[in-house]
Write a protein that binds this ligand. Structure first.
Ligand code: ADP
Length: 399
């Protein structure tokens, strides 16, 4: 305990006991001054001295005031005056006086201590509330900081995932290059042939304008088709941010199958689409869904490339599952998925192909899950495999 505290404490105690002595002395002076004229009013002044001392100074100084006033009263105001003797008839009165002083001291000090205890409890409570508020504030700030941190991490993760998805798309597109060249080449050849025909019809001595016009129109259609293919491929490569809109799943399947057709025919694979009519739309990002289907188709074609002795057919099906799910399945008759591979298929960077990246299925699954659906595989081992995914149909998404 610091020395200054001890001295302040001592000084306060001394002044409280000094107060007891001073008030008892004042009570004595007043009682002596009034003794002659009004008899003996001592009990009144001494009682006040005891009450005030106890109230201000506490229990200890109060007791001092009680003892002092008893001694003084015995000496000055109980006959025979100015002696320590008490006559028998004054004993009850004297005892009553002492009792009153003691009770006054006891009551006042009890009241004071109760008030002190209450004040201390209130102060403590306030302190606790302040501490708790501070703790809560700190916890809240930490929580807000952690949430901001988590948000930053999620954004970074989202960015990385989008970038990975783009890389995976570009890899798939790389595999598709030949097929794309074929896709674009066909309409371009048609453009050239029709432009030639148009020139020929116009070069006749009697130009056949109707035929020339029809050829020119066919040339325009071919050019439009070629440019559509290019637009589709560019959007597939460039797009990184997903956009949700109404998507006709059957249309996406058809467009994607068209993209993969060249690769399929080069591998002697027949792509068959069995699409349920009147399929409800889903809410989603058509380019992302196209990426999933393209990935499943390319994997199916790849799985059948080394298979001999059975028909190489890749069947794409769409159907309703229950009342609010659209299911798409891609079935191949390729090498199938062995039990060891089954558990790891969707892991990032898992691949059994020499040139594989192992990201296709893991990205496809995260795309489908982000659309509120599921992607899984069924395989009986060596006879091929079927990849399924579901998506909530539009009604359910809108609800
Ligand atoms: P990648 O095609 O680059 O290997 P994927 O994530 O698309 O990456 O596929 C991971 C692995 O899953 C493939 O390497 C292959 O072993 C297996 N796999 C995917 N599709 C099929 C399929 N249709 N049939 C058999 N195995 C498949």
């Amino acid at each position: 305990m610091p020395a200054t505290y001890i001295t302040t404490h001592k000084r306060r105690a001394l002044s409280r006991y000094g107060l007891a002595i001073a008030l008892s002395a004042i009570a004595l002076a007043l009682s002596l001054a009034l003794q002659v004229r009004f008899g003996n009013p001592f009990w009144f002044f001494f009682a006040i001295a005891v009450i005030v001392t106890t109230w201000i100074g506490g229990r200890g100084p109060g007791w001092v005031a009680v003892v002092l006033s008893t001694v003084v009263v015995l000496y000055f105001f109980i006959p025979p005056y100015r002696s320590w003797n008490v006559k028998l008839r004054d004993v009850p009165f004297f005892l009553t006086f002492i009792l009153c002083q003691v009770v006054a001291n006891w009551l006042i000090s009890w009241r004071r201590e109760t008030e002190d205890a209450l004040r201390r409890a209130r102060d403590e409570l306030e302190l606790r509330v302040e501490e708790r508020t501070l703790e809560l504030q700190q916890a809240n700030e930490a929580l807000v900081e952690r949430m901001a941190e988590q948000k930053r991490t999620e954004e970074a993760l989202q960015g990385t995932r989008a970038e990975l998805a783009r890389v995976a798309r570009i890899t798939t597109i790389g595999e598709l290059t030949a097929s794309i060249a074929h896709e674009v080449n066909q309409p371009l050849a048609a453009v050239v042939a029709n432009a030639d025909a148009c020139v020929a019809w116009l070069s006749h001595r009697d130009p056949n304008l109707a035929e020339a016009r029809a050829a020119a129109e066919r040339a325009t259609q071919g050019a439009t088709r070629a440019s559509e293919v290019i637009v589709r491929i560019r959007s597939l490569i460039n797009k990184a941010t997903p956009e949700k809109a109404r998507v006709e799943v059957n249309r996406v399947i058809e467009e994607t199958a068209a993209l993969a057709n060249g690769q399929a025919s080069r591998n002697d694979v027949a792509v068959v689409a069995e699409l349920a009519p009147d399929l409800p739309a889903v809410m989603g990002d058509s380019i992302q869904l196209q990426q999933v289907i393209l990935n499943l188709l390319m994997n199916g074609i790849e799985a059948m490339s080394g298979v001999t002795g059975r028909v190489r057919t890749l069947v794409v099906r769409s159907r309703m599952l229950g009342s609010n799910q659209v299911q798409v399945s891609v079935e191949d008759s390729g090498v199938g998925v062995s039990p060891e591979v089954m558990g790891r298929l969707f892991e990032p960077f898992f691949t059994t192909r020499a040139k594989g990246m192992g990201m296709g299925l893991s990205i496809s699954r995260s795309i489908i899950e982000a659309h509120g659906g599921k992607l899984w595989v069924e395989s009986d081992g060596s006879q091929g495999s079927t990849f399924h995914f579901t998506l909530p149909s539009e009604d359910r998404t809108a609800a």
